[in-house]
Structure formats: C-alpha cells, structure tokens
Design a protein around this ligand. Structure first.
Ligand code: FES
Ligand SMILES: [Fe+2]
Length: 409
C-alpha cells in the first residue's frame, strides 16, 4: 500500500486534495447521509406552478418519507407526511391531482386513506373517523388527529422547499447569500415550469453534484467547447463558496452561434444579459442553472449508494406568450432536453463513474485538487461541498474509515 502511495507521488510535498471512493459506494455511509443530511436540511420539492389551483396536490418521496404538498383553499402551500396516522398507510397515491376530484373511498375535497377511510382536509386536519365513537368511545377524537405537517416555504423563483426536520431553522438562514447572484432573475416576476423529465442513474448522487460543481469537464461537451471555452470571459468566471456548502458560478456571454445550427438567444430573464450563464449549486443536491432564456433546476433524490433519481425542470416567465414559451422550450431542449447536446453527456459521465466505483470496489482516490484562483476550472466547488459533508457526517471524506485500509490509488 505504502509503495503505491509513493509511486502516485501526489502525497508528497503539497498535498493534492482527494476523496476516498467509498464515500460514493459504501452502504453504511449512504445510510448516515440520509439521517444526518437529507433528513435535516431544506430540500427543493416542486415548483409552485405545478399546483396552480386551490386543492391541487403533488406527491413525492424525500429521504424515504412520502410527502404530499397541497395548495389549501386559502391558496397557501403546505407539506405533510403522506402517511396515515392510523396504521401507517400511504394516503395519496397519484403523483399529482386535485382534491376536488372525489374518489370512491371518500369525499371530494378530502384526502381519504383507502384502508379504513379516515379523512383529512387540505389543512391536514382529520375530519372523519368512521365509527369513531363505537370503537374509541371518548378515548380518541378526530380533533386530536392530524397529518404530520412539515416546514414548507416558497422561495427563490417560486420553488417549494420542504424539510423533514421540524426543528430546522428558517430557509433564509440555510441559504444565506447563495442566491444573491440570481436574485433579480428569480424573484422579479413569477416563473412557470415548461419542461420536466427525470433520470434514474446507477451512480451516487454526489457524483451528479460534483459534475454540476466543476467545469473542467467542459472538455466532454463539444457544444460547450465551441460556444464557451473558446470564447472571451470563460476562464475569468469566478467560483464563490458560501456557508452551508453552497457555491455560485459567475456569468459569461455564450456564443451559441459558434455551434453550427445553434442560434443566439433572443429571450432572457430580468437582469440577465442575453446569452448569459450563471449557476447556483446547493448542498446537498440541487442546482439552479440559467442559460440565457431558460432556467434549469436539478433536484436529486438519492435511492441508494449506487442509485439516484434526478429530476430536471425547465422554467421561463409566467407572462410569456405561447410563442415565447415555445422559443424557450426549443432553446432549452437543444442543450438540455433528453436529445440535447449537453445533459445526456453528463449523465454518461456519472454512469461511468458509477461503474468504476461500485459498492464493494477497491478504495480509490478521486482527485479534487485543481486550484486556479477560484476561477472556473478550480475545483473549489467540490472541496467546499465536502467540507460541509465532513461537518455533518463526522467523517473525513479522504479517510472515512480510519480504522481500515486507506485509499491508495
Ligand atoms: S391506515 Fe389509514 S385509515 Fe387505517
Ligand atoms: Fe456538464
């Protein structure tokens, strides 16, 4: 083992930062991440435009907990555990819908558990327990029962943020100044979703976040090489790190027409130069990415050490005309749609890493060592993420199991 370290030489003199591949492959570490990170922090769940009307709902699973977000009759969005307090059954089973649609098992406007027909209103209050008096006498009343409500805030471009941690601090405290770079684009006027797709990839969720947090891999994207790397301003883009593991990447002007068949963007966002490009990477697994006319937001749901679901949303302005929205969709899809020129390459990259770092594979060193004065190919974004990871998990990312073999190659 020692010999290998000497041969690799990057442990001599000034150390080159690396992480141990087991942080991407070990099942025990994955379980710790679910408990110590994913169940503790604020997570992006959906966009408000996905539930526009009172009594609309969306369901999802965050860190293995089924969640439902409901727009109340007062138009406010609330998040609940989508689990019946009677005997633990899943309540709403569709990905989305409206409570105004009655179901065979219950009344319209209520969430009805199909098992024993307990009913809950849009505020999570239990409004009916069949034969309550006969079975529970006065020991249990519907007024004492409710769905578990979770912290929920709408912010940063109209996204619905949820935390499984009922003691979590305010979202503003968690985010800090990380969105300052995009404040005007996101919050001047309402946004709306025009694109959604998801990918389930046999890889670790952090590898997707790593990819979103470093630009050195622009060598993989021919489109990015032509339209950005060879253009003015690319190597001056600044990487800035913020408390709690978040990072942002400064703007540049992309020359879309440098790629044959592509066109410069005509639409934009308030405060965003046409053809601008900015990113905000959020710990532990979300990215906001504005390229000229479209905002792409990635959210990750870790499914195991070697499995992640990534949801991709594309957004424009709510006031767009149908023609403007169609233009944003075209712009979005040429680069980021499933048949675009960029995003699927990133997915192939992390799929290959997933093969190279399968559960049980020999510990390896994964380098995070580029330093270029916090400019675009500096790997400060990844290093900053793993500092926060270390703080929350209580393990060193480059030596997660000090009592056993260390990663030597
Ligand atoms: S488990 Fe829901 S009503 Fe019984
Ligand atoms: Fe990429």
């Amino acid at each position: 083992m020692t010999m290998l370290i000497e041969r690799m030489s990057y442990d001599n003199g000034e150390a080159i930062p690396y992480v141990d591949s087991r942080i991407y492959s070990d099942r025990g570490i994955f379980e710790e991440e679910v408990e110590k990170i994913w169940k503790k922090v604020w997570l992006v769940a959906v966009h408000e435009s996905e539930l526009p009307e009172p009594l609309d709902f969306r369901t999802m699973t965050l860190a293995r907990e089924p969640i439902v977000i409901v727009r109340g009759s007062d138009s406010k969005l609330r998040a609940f555990l989508n689990v019946c307090p009677h005997r633990g059954n899943l309540i709403l089973r569709q990905p989305s819908g409206s409570l105004t649609v009655g179901e065979p098992s219950g009344n319209a406007n209520h969430m009805t558990c199909m098992f024993h027909a307990w009913q809950f209103d849009c505020f999570g209050r239990c409004v009916d327990i069949p034969r309550a008096k006969a079975g529970y006498q006065d020991r249990l009343r519907k007024e004492d029962i409710a769905l578990k409500q979770l912290p929920c805030e709408v912010a940063h471009g109209g996204f619905v943020w949820v935390s499984l941690n009922t003691k979590v601090g305010p979202l503003s405290e968690y985010i800090g100044p990380a969105f300052d770079i995009m404040r005007e684009e996101l919050d001047t006027e309402p946004l709306t979703i025009f694109h959604y797709h998801k990918a389930i990839i046999p890889s670790n969720y952090k590898l997707w976040h790593d990819t979103n947090s470093e630009f050195y891999h622009d060598y993989m994207h021919y489109f990015n090489r032509a339209t950005s790397m060879q253009q003015k301003g690319y190597f001056e883009r600044q990487y800035t790190a913020f408390p709690n593991g978040h990072c942002t990447v400064g703007s540049m002007e992309v020359k879309y027409d440098a790629y044959q068949g592509a066109q410069d963007r005509v639409l934009s966002f308030p405060g965003m130069p046409r053809n601008g490009w900015k990113m905000v990477d959020l710990f532990p697994g979300a990215t906001y990415n504005i390229r000229g006319s479209s905002l792409r937001v990635d959210t990750m749901t870790p499914l195991g050490p070697d499995r992640v679901m990534i949801e991709f949303r594309g957004l424009g302005l709510k006031r767009d005309t149908p023609d403007e929205q169609a233009q944003r969709v075209r712009d979005h899809n040429t680069i980021w749609g499933p048949f675009g020129r960029n995003l699927h390459e990133d997915l192939l990259g992390i799929t290959g890493q997933g093969v190279g770092m399968q559960p049980g594979s020999t510990p390896r060193r994964i380098l995070h060592g580029r330093r270029e004065n916090n400019t675009i190919h500096d790997e400060i974004g990844m290093r900053h993420f793993y500092k926060e990871w270390e703080r929350r998990i209580g393990r060193s990312p480059n030596d997660p199991f000090p009592e056993t073999q260390t990663a030597a190659e």
